[in-house]
Design a protein around this ligand. Structure first.
Ligand code: MN
Length: 215
């Protein structure tokens, strides 16, 4: 639970990324950021133990339980990173465009909220982390499962089959405003700010599941 790696990789004279932050102490937050760096990916972050545990998800999260999305665990990020969007200047670590794709609270699958932190820590340690997201786009139960036979930091992000699950093809890119997609990864350094995006575009929700019948 240290930000040493995070701080070491960045020059705060150049990047506007945050250095610190403190949780609310009441609920736990999650954020998913679309990060168009050298390659496009999504960063999935869960507040736990005073930092954001972070995974880079090349294909982005999915609401379809049939998708197993590779999630590479990366260094812990400061809590304030959940609010960060903007442009990381060229020549810096992670240079490119960062946009908040989804944001909300999350909890463990324990019955009592008082047990959330303990339950989540145990799950993280055992490589089988289950949780419930309350976002605009991501809702319901998910699991992050560590791959033991692959590289050390490889996990899979999987949607559980619940009332929010979608059976249809799901692409996180379908929910990204067109003006953001046009920005590419800013490799020529021409962009200095994000385009003015209408709130309703950013808040675009996942499709609603068709009436679910229990099996
Ligand atoms: Mn990233």
């Amino acid at each position: 639970m240290s930000l040493t790696d995070y701080i070491k990789k960045r020059d705060f004279e150049q990047t506007t990324e945050p250095k610190t932050g403190k949780g609310s102490g009441k609920t736990l937050s999650f954020v998913v950021q679309r990060h168009h760096a050298t390659s496009l990916h999504y960063d999935f972050r869960l507040e736990l133990g005073g930092t954001l545990k972070s995974w880079a998800v090349p294909k982005g999260p999915s609401m379809n339980p049939g998708d197993k999305r590779l999630a590479m665990m990366v260094e812990d990020h400061p809590i304030d990173y959940q609010h960060f969007e903007g442009i990381i200047p060229n020549g810096n670590y992670g240079a490119g465009v960062v946009l908040i794709w989804d944001h909300g609270t999350y909890e463990s699958l324990a019955e009592s909220r008082a047990d959330d932190v303990k339950t989540l820590r145990t799950g993280l340690k055992s490589g089988n982390l289950k949780f419930k997201l309350n976002g605009e786009k991501l809702k319901g139960e998910f699991a992050l499962v560590k791959l033991h036979n692959a590289e050390n930091n490889a996990w899979l992000l999987i949607k559980h089959n619940d009332e929010f699950a979608l059976k249809s093809k799901y692409s996180s890119e379908d929910l990204v405003p067109a003006d953001i997609k046009k920005m590419k990864n800013n490799k020529n350094g021409e962009a200095t700010s994000l385009p003015d995006i209408k709130d309703k575009e950013i808040k675009k929700k996942s499709p609603t599941p068709k009436s679910t019948k229990s099996v």
